[in-house]
Design a protein around this ligand. Sequence first.
Ligand code: NAG
Ligand code: NAG
Ligand code: NAG
Ligand code: CU
Length: 272
Amino acid sequence: MLFAALFLFSSLAAAQYGIPPPPPAPVAAAVPLAPADSPGHVNINVALSGFAFSPANVSAPNGTAVTFWFPNSGLEHSVTQSSFENPCTYLAATSNTSAGFDSGLTQGTQFTIVIQDDTKPIWFHCKQISHCGSFGMVGSINAPTTGSNTFDAFQAAANNIGAGEVSETDNGPVIGATVGVNAVASVAPTNTGNGALPSSAPSSAGANSQGGGAAPSASNPGSPAPQSSGAPTLSNSGSGASPSTTGAGTKIQASVGALLLGFFGMIVLAQM
Ligand SMILES: *[C@@H]1O[C@H](CO)[C@@H](O)[C@H](O)[C@H]1NC(C)=O
Ligand SMILES: *[C@@H]1O[C@H](CO)[C@@H](O)[C@H](O)[C@H]1NC(C)=O
Ligand SMILES: *[C@@H]1O[C@H](CO)[C@@H](O)[C@H](O)[C@H]1NC(C)=O
Ligand SMILES: [Cu+2]
């Protein structure tokens, strides 16, 4: 403890008196970009450059694992299932269908869903405030390529919402066999870092436990509570500025650091 305190103090003194500080601690390795697709596994970058999924619309047959790669960028994003009709709104359960999957806001992680019915489109968006309505941060899987419900039409509908986007609550990941429409996620966002599926991810061998026609009960006590449309937790500043959820966290880290320094300082004084 004393040694640690002395070390802290001496590096502080070094910085103050112009002695070259020790080399900076190694920066955590950046999360790799989405690797190339492989058989049964499709990879999608999340906001790698700009607020967009890339690729934003893919086709993926039954049993395919689709992994979303969230960069460690300082700004959280999500993959949140929605509907063609309401691109920027979490897909709530109905009496006939289960609620949508949701990664929850996250960064520096990967989130994998497995396709259960490739005959139906899967629509999703990022719930970070303004990303869907103002930036069109949406995506689709197995969307029709012609007609009125294409990916392009979906994204246009999101952009039409614009600043009218309703901020959504974030209750963390919504995963498990009882949620997700036409695709399910069984593992919360995890940093596997190397393209490997999380060990408990469902195999992409095509097992379809839900079946196409089964009507999951909306009152299943095992299913996570769907997000309410009540009081939003993300604040909408209403300005055009890019929102950030990291400001408060950074401040907290800084003051914890100051507290720790003070604590060590007192220990040193006590030893003198
Ligand atoms: C993506 O969407 C466009 C327009 O909606 C469509 O022409 C294209 O075929 C789609 N690509 C895939 C892989 O679905
Ligand atoms: C639910 O299913 C019933 C019977 O198939 C149907 O009449 C009803 O319209 C469906 N409700 C919704 C919201 O899809
Ligand atoms: C994929 O699974 C769904 C649901 O079980 C089924 O209706 C559909 O026919 C399957 N697709 C193919 C290409 O077999
Ligand atoms: Cu986003």
